[in-house]
Design a protein around this ligand. Structure first.
Ligand code: F6R
Length: 358
């Protein structure tokens, strides 16, 4: 039920701090990580991970690539389910497949799993629905523990998925003796994430004003960032387009000069993310370039990299998992932009919650 909320989407955005705490308390027993040991041995033996997903889950996979490569010390390929199944590349010698699916019923993802099973490879499904098809048909399963997600636009499943990827990556890394995994205090990070999200959702009105200021009567909007912020920009743009119907794109900030910058005119909204340490100074340069062409720029920066004049400053957590926090402003901006246009926020046109056709 929606309880006191008018929409499921806003309720689900607000639930994210509680979801972070639940993931932490369910997957940790003191310092010990509660995951299937047989699965850990299996994944640790792989020479490459293939993460397969669609939509928002695909965007969570893009964030996961960094997490697994850093903490579990293994190369990762991220694949769109609808492409991968029909154009399977040459696989590594010892692949392991990870399916990300909130619903566990997405047909595009399932057809890949059917092929993976035929080929005799092992797999794990991370899903929010314990007894779903993808959960039953994979070798192993891990739950997102986000609670039912009803709004079509996925919010808490995205942040939960990144957190659960971090749990698994840390467990594999510890199993393999990877220092980065041993050093990361993930319980502390998830607690920081919960508090950080809470401070953002406590300031909702600010995002309502931003949506009005930047997006009223606009046809196009852009999110830009580098590294982890590029992966995040894709998700931020998807949230905005699917519920507000404003054409939105996420771009790698460095690609602007290779074509995209021709789209920038006076008052074009550009939302720039600065959470990625390596990319920060370069993205600042790109902000100047679009601002010089008249773009209406909003900077969303983590505390560590914030500069005077930045409009949104979010509390800092470990950079690798920072989209857990920095996606929330984008969720709220999309929400208020959709509401202002009188759209059905929870059930946007042409979309279904679970896509069971290929
Ligand atoms: C976007 C959204 C969709 C789903 C996609 C995959 O907000 O909800 O893009 O993420 O259809 O669905 P699952 O994760 O259920 O496989």
């Amino acid at each position: 039920s929606k309880g006191t909320y008018d929409t499921f989407m806003l309720k689900e955005i607000d639930e994210q701090p509680a979801v972070m705490r639940k993931i932490s308390s369910n997957y940790f027993d003191g310092k010990k990580i509660n995951v299937d040991q047989k699965m850990l041995e299996d994944v640790a033996g792989a020479d490459r991970l293939y993460i397969v997903a669609a939509g928002t889950s695909y965007h969570a996979a893009l964030v996961g690539k960094d997490i697994f490569e850093n903490l579990a010390d293994v190369p990762v390929d991220v694949e769109l389910a609808s492409e991968f199944g029909y154009h399977m590349p040459k696989l590594s010698k010892k692949p392991f497949f990870i399916f990300l699916s909130q619903s566990g019923e997405t047909a595009d993802s399932r057809q890949v799993l059917v092929k993976v099973n035929e080929l005799g490879f092992h797999s794990l499904t991370m899903t929010n629905v314990a007894n779903s098809t993808l959960s039953r048909e994979a070798t192993y399963t891990m739950e997102l523990l986000a609670g039912p997600e009803i709004a079509v636009a996925s919010t808490k499943a995205y942040t939960a998925n990144i957190a659960v990827e971090a749990v698994l990556a840390k467990a594999i890394g510890e199993f393999k003796g990877v220092k980065a995994a041993q050093d990361l205090d993930l319980q502390e990070q998830l607690a920081l994430a919960a508090n950080a999200i809470q401070t953002i959702v406590d300031e909702k009105d600010k995002f309502k004003e931003i949506a009005a200021d930047y997006l009223t009567d606009k046809k196009d909007a852009f999110y830009i960032g580098r590294g982890i912020d590029y992966a995040l920009s894709l998700e931020a743009a998807l949230k905005l387009k699917e519920i507000s119907y404003i054409h939105s794109e996420g771009f790698a900030a460095g690609e602007l000069k290779h074509g995209t910058i021709s789209l920038i005119e006076k008052d074009t909204p550009v939302f720039a993310y600065i959470n990625d340490g390596i990319g920060a100074s370069h993205t600042r340069g790109n902000i100047q370039e679009v601002a010089a062409r008249g773009a209406h720029v909003l900077v969303i920066a983590s505390k560590k990299f914030a500069e005077k004049g930045d409009q949104v400053i979010v509390p800092e957590i470990d950079e690798m998992i920072s989209p857990i926090v920095s996606v929330v402003p984008a969720q709220l901006i999309a929400y208020y932009a959709s509401l202002a246009r009188g759209n059905n926020v929870d059930q946007p046109r042409n979309l279904a919650k679970s896509v069971t056709v290929e």
